[in-house]
Design a protein around this ligand. Structure first.
Ligand code: HBI
Ligand code: FE
Length: 288
């Protein structure tokens, strides 16, 4: 039993990967998604993601064994996978990240839900998130994020960190000599958004700014209206160094921003046309 021993007594939220529960269809879905996304992101993902994919030996042979994959990952940056049932309560999630354990859902989506699912499955978690955990600075950022999450809970500022996670870990872009490239897991595991985030004139692309992001609402059910672009992973890690409590206090007095807003002080890399049709933002349900 790989139940994680946390610093406070917790129900076992992690368990051994139930490999016996995978059938031929599950492995076929993995093969299809891996072949499609590996080809699609070959010239769109950031170099560190592609290096991680190779270093960890992720391939299209079928759903990987979490323990063997963890051995390779641990050798690189000390992270291991934690097999979980799905989306975790924030507190469990942050505890795992603070212990350099990344929660990976064990099941995979069915053929019928190939392109949109409500919560992360093993393809989103393993293909989207895990390769960059082999990048030392990003690996440190993710642990710092977990430690920050535990503090944010106590300060009632979880929604601020959720926005930081959303606009970096899930939907972040990073500058490269060839222009912006993808580092966000939510994009890398998505067929449509892997193209849209770099090619479409509809969304804004804005330089990363921690305080600005913590004010910016987001939508969980459409492509992003604004992508934030980091210079490098050091910038992301440095952003987590200061004590966030004074930042949260400053932000209390400022209004939230809509996902499509631009501020005069924004470093605008591309100003989006906000073409609702091109962006697929047809319904105007409110951002969160
Ligand atoms: N649980 N398994 C899992 N995976 C996530 O990415 C995740 C989660 N629980 C909470 C959560 N993400 C979000 O609250 C982040 O914004 C922190
Ligand atoms: Fe995710």
């Amino acid at each position: 039993m790989c139940a994680l021993v946390l610093d406070t007594p917790q129900p076992a939220i992690t368990f051994p990967q139930p490999v016996q529960r995978y059938d031929a269809e599950d492995h076929a879905v993995w093969r299809h998604l891996f072949q499609r996304q590996a080809r699609l992101v070959a010239d769109r993902a950031c170099p560190d993601f592609l290096r991680g994919l190779k270093l960890l030996g992720l391939n299209d042979s079928g759903i990987p064994d979490f323990e063997r994959l963890s051995d390779r990952l641990e050798a690189a940056t000390g992270w291991r996978l934690a097999c979980v049932e799905g989306f975790l309560p924030d507190s469990d999630f942050f505890h795992l990240l603070a212990a350099r354990r990344f929660p990976v859902t064990w099941w995979i989506r069915p053929w019928a839900k190939l392109d949109y699912l409500q919560e992360p499955d093993v393809f989103h978690d393993l293909f989207g998130h895990v390769p960059l955990l082999a990048q030392p600075v990003f690996a440190d950022y993710m642990q710092a994020f977990g430690q920050g999450g535990l503090k944010a809970e106590r300060l009632g500022a979880l929604h601020r960190l959720a926005r930081l996670y959303w606009y970096s870990v899930e939907f972040g872009l990073i500058q490269t000599p060839d222009g912006p490239r993808i580092h966000g897991a939510g994009i890398l595991s998505s067929k449509g958004e892997s193209v849209f985030c770099l090619d479409s004139p509809a969304p804004n692309r804005v330089g990363f700014d921690l305080r600005r992001i913590m004010r910016t609402r987001y939508r969980i059910d459409t492509f992003q209206k604004t992508y934030f672009v980091i210079r490098d992973f050091e910038q992301l890690f440095e952003a987590t160094r200061p004590d966030f409590a004074p930042i949260y206090a400053d932000l209390e007095g400022l209004p939230d921003l809509a996902a499509s807003d631009l501020l005069p002080e924004d470093v605008v890399i591309t100003r989006g046309s906000m073409d609702r049709v091109a962006g697929g933002w047809l319904d105007e349900t409110p951002d969160t």
